[in-house]
Design a protein around this ligand. Structure first.
Ligand code: SF4
Length: 290
């Protein structure tokens, strides 16, 4: 990638020739892809309690880590990754992790399928046909960055840098960079919030405010290493579930099995939902709205 400068004018770049694909990139060696989603594995050290972060078991190298799978999960459940010859063969919940106590939902259990799916995007692609023809060619990252740079320059020369608007989806750990990227390219336009958050997070927060007066975090003993056995934890007598099939959804910071554990310990459920879900069927009161 060349250094960016805003003082010259470029036409549409001619990208170098590479073999064409028709939508599906070539599949690289799976070993190249494994660390991408679990890179914390590479940085985790054995902890002072004596727990190991990696060991050999039945022909596998097992890595203890946390999962933060896309799309749509911020829960970071503890996982054990079973790897053979550099390939992830299975993934299981870490029973020593108090947050999920060995449980995983379908998103993590199916993670291997996503990781090695032939349609997974692994390299930058540049369109090589007309829009809608679904014809692409695979390019290197350097070439992709050059392509972006050259087109940014072309657009800036026509309309000015203010034409750039920098926005993002969710991404808690990258929030600080977007305004700086926009600013360094000469645009005052960037999004401090997140686009997908506007359609999911903000409505949730707003509806929580309307119902409870504030954003609240339910107490399922998730802050205690002893979890449900912590004598300080009081099992809720009643929990109201609004439009959420929590054993399936595992929405942000509320794992379905947490509430199931509370139900086993006596929590009664009131469900408000248009749909007769599993939760609704196991509720004391089901208010089925239209
Ligand atoms: S909630 Fe599900 S997807 Fe999220 S980290 Fe836990 S098991 Fe994985």
């Amino acid at each position: 990638m060349t250094e960016f400068a805003t003082d010259d004018t470029l036409g549409t770049p001619d990208a170098p020739e590479t073999p064409e694909t028709s939508g599906t990139p070539a599949t690289p060696d799976a070993r190249d892809t494994f660390p991408l989603y679990f890179d914390s594995v590479l940085e985790t050290a054995d902890d002072p309690t004596g727990r190991k972060w990696t060991w050999e078991e039945d022909g596998y190298t097992v890595y203890r880590s946390h999962a933060r799978t896309g799309p749509g999960c911020h829960d970071n459940c503890g996982v054990l990754l079973y790897v053979k010859d550099g390939v992830l063969e299975k993934i299981e919940g870490d029973e020593e992790n108090p947050y999920n106590q060995g449980r995983l939902c379908l998103r993590c259990l199916a993670f291997k399928e996503m990781l090695y799916h032939p349609d997974r995007l692994r390299h930058p692609l540049i369109r090589s046909g007309e829009r809608g023809q679904n014809r692409w060619r695979e390019v290197s990252w350097d070439e992709a960055y050059d392509y972006i740079e050259e087109n940014l320059r072309r657009v800036f020369s026509l309309y000015g840098p203010e034409t750039l608007y920098v926005a993002k989806g969710t991404g808690r750990d990258t929030n600080g960079y977007y305004a700086r990227i926009a600013e360094s390219l000469g645009s005052p336009n960037s999004s401090g919030a997140f686009f997908c958050g506007s359609s999911c997070y903000l409505p949730r927060i707003a509806s929580a405010g309307l119902k409870a007066g504030a954003m609240f975090v339910s107490d399922y003993s998730q802050n205690s290493p002893l979890r449900f056995d912590d004598p300080r934890f009081q099992v809720p007598e009643c929990t109201m579930v609004w439009g959420n099939n929590f054993p399936v959804a595992n929405s942000d910071g509320t794992l379905g099995w947490w509430l199931l554990e509370c139900m086993k310990r006596g929590t009664k459920i009131i469900t408000i939902d248009p749909k007769l879900t599993w939760v609704a069927a196991h509720s004391e009161i089901f208010l089925q709205i239209r």
